[in-house]
Design a protein around this ligand. Structure first.
Ligand SMILES: *Cc1c(COP(=O)(O)O)cnc(C)c1O
Length: 457
């Protein structure tokens, strides 16, 4: 008999979890204005809000922290990090930042001006925010397949080359760079194929443009290339990463995802002019160039985390757990973005709560119901997150309305996955009784989902 798959690590330290009653949760969610970001973490049993900065570090990472060099300038931990990034990506210029959006802020301060057009595949919300706040435009060129949540295609995160080519043919002079998000977070943690990365490179070259990868989950992307794309099954994750980045000019990184640390980010590039330009903004916004918003010990832990996560055992354990949860949802017939992506399940709320009109935010309503059911905290990736159109100020109902259940790295066991699956099934079974959603009573202009206040209808 073939041995079953098991985690590539064992547990050395544990953290107790706290359960609650439905009455307590009803009270707490009301006090939180029906916004799950406003809950206290001890009001949550299993936290699937995000996979950002929520992972568990290894013994080797903790050991590296003890060796961190806190020198203001020229820290040896910085050089350890820079060498690791260079070895994995091939980029020799590195600027650490306190997280991914700070990397965007520093680099885009140099590159994005009013009226610019930045094409890409479903720009992440902070990326879009950093483009639109500079009075520039983020143009989504994701493949149309991404919109059909039930379609099983291996690389649903891809850029549509025809859409990209059209943007460049019409507006090349306004495009400072192309941005490719690997994996495509907003479209459901969906990967981008190596073939597609090559196509984007070719189009960029044709118009003399550079390419940035928004790389928060580049290792997950590499794993999907290894398991789904012809010719990569025998390659190491590190070899695949190296090839992916060979088609880019630079990257912004949220280390809180595939860096396996709780805080941090960086910019890396092969171009001295981008490095020089970004440097000018790193110092006032983040800090001196050899720490840029990070402690020495955190840079040391990140260097080890990047190295560890780009090994097959580790990333395979991670993705297989997400796939395990997806298989449980399949048993119950719960619709989610298929095939499951790398870091999360994206439940198709429009299909589950089909009696709730778009104007009453079905995905947010489903998030509230799942919390009430079992204290599980998910996150709306839908109409609230989409913000309003910057010109018309209308809600944007054109995209998907999803409930995202993120899986933290190396934190929960498959027993927790079973609890999530059954809780969701219980909500699913009584979906026809849930006929009203929520209404917005207070919101901000950009990135409203973090602080929005809601009322239950
Ligand atoms: C998380 C994330 C960011 C922003 O990073 P932070 O570390 O949260 O600031 C940017 N892009 C993508 C794709 C992300 O997932």
């Amino acid at each position: 008999m073939e041995l079953p798959f098991a985690e590539s690590w064992k547990i050395k330290m544990v953290e107790p979890l706290r359960k609650s009653t439905r009455e307590e949760r009803e009270q707490w969610i009301k006090e939180a204005d029906y916004n799950l970001f406003q809950l206290k973490s001890d009001q949550v049993y299993i936290d699937c809000l995000t996979d950002s900065g929520t992972g568990a570090m290894s013994d080797r990472q903790w050991a590296a922290m003890m060796m961190g060099d806190e020198s203001y300038a020229g820290s040896s931990s910085f050089f350890m990090l820079k060498d690791t990034i260079c070895r994995i990506t091939g980029f020799e210029y590195v600027i650490p930042t306190h997280q991914g959006r700070a990397a965007e802020n520093v680099l885009f301060s140099h590159l994005v001006t009013a009226g610019a057009i930045v094409p890409g595949n479903s720009h992440f919300d902070t990326t879009k925010g950093h483009i639109e706040s500079r009075k520039a435009f983020a143009v989504d060129c994701t493949v149309d397949e991404a919109k059909d949540t039930q379609l099983e295609v291996p690389f649903k995160g891809n850029v549509d080359p025809a859409k990209l080519e059209k943007v460049l043919a019409e507006n090349a002079e306004k495009v400072p760079f192309i941005i490719v998000t690997i994996t495509n977070n907003t479209a459901g943690g969906q990967p981008v194929s190596m073939q597609n990365l090559r196509e984007v490179r070719a189009i960029a070259d044709k118009y003399g443009k550079r390419v940035i990868y928004d790389s928060a989950r580049f290792v997950e992307n590499a794993y999907f290339i290894r398991t789904r794309e012809e010719g990569y099954g025998e390659k190491t994750i590190k070899e695949i990463c190296k090839e992916m980045f060979s088609y880019a000019d630079g990257m912004t990184m949220s280390s809180k995802k595939d860096g396996l640390v709780n805080m941090g980010g960086f910019i890396a590039t092969r171009h001295e002019d981008w490095y020089e330009g970004a440097k000018r903004f790193c110092i006032p916004f983040e800090g001196y160039l050899t720490y840029g918003g990070m402690n020495g010990r955190d840079m040391a832990a990140l260097a080890v985390g990047l190295d560890e996560n780009t090994e097959l055992d580790n990333i395979e354990t991670r993705i297989r757990q997400v796939q395990y949860l997806a298989a449980r949802l399949d048993e119950f017939g719960i619709p989610y973005q298929r095939p499951v992506g790398g870091h999360a399940i994206f439940v198709d709320a429009d299909k589950v709560l089909d009696q709730i009109p778009k104007e009453e935010f079905p995905a947010q309503t489903l998030a509230i119901e799942l919390y009430l059911e079992a204290g599980i905290r998910g996150c709306e990736i839908g109409y609230i997150l989409a913000d309003r159109d910057p010109v018309t100020r209308e809600n944007r109902f054109g995209g998907l309305d999803l409930l995202r259940l993120c899986i933290a790295r190396r934190v929960y066991t498959n027993n927790h996955m079973d609890v999530i699956a059954v809780a969701l099934k219980n909500v699913f079974d009584r979906r026809h009784e849930i006929t009203r959603g929520v209404k917005i009573v207070w919101e901000t202009e950009l990135m409203r989902h973090f602080t929005v206040k809601l009322e239950r209808l």
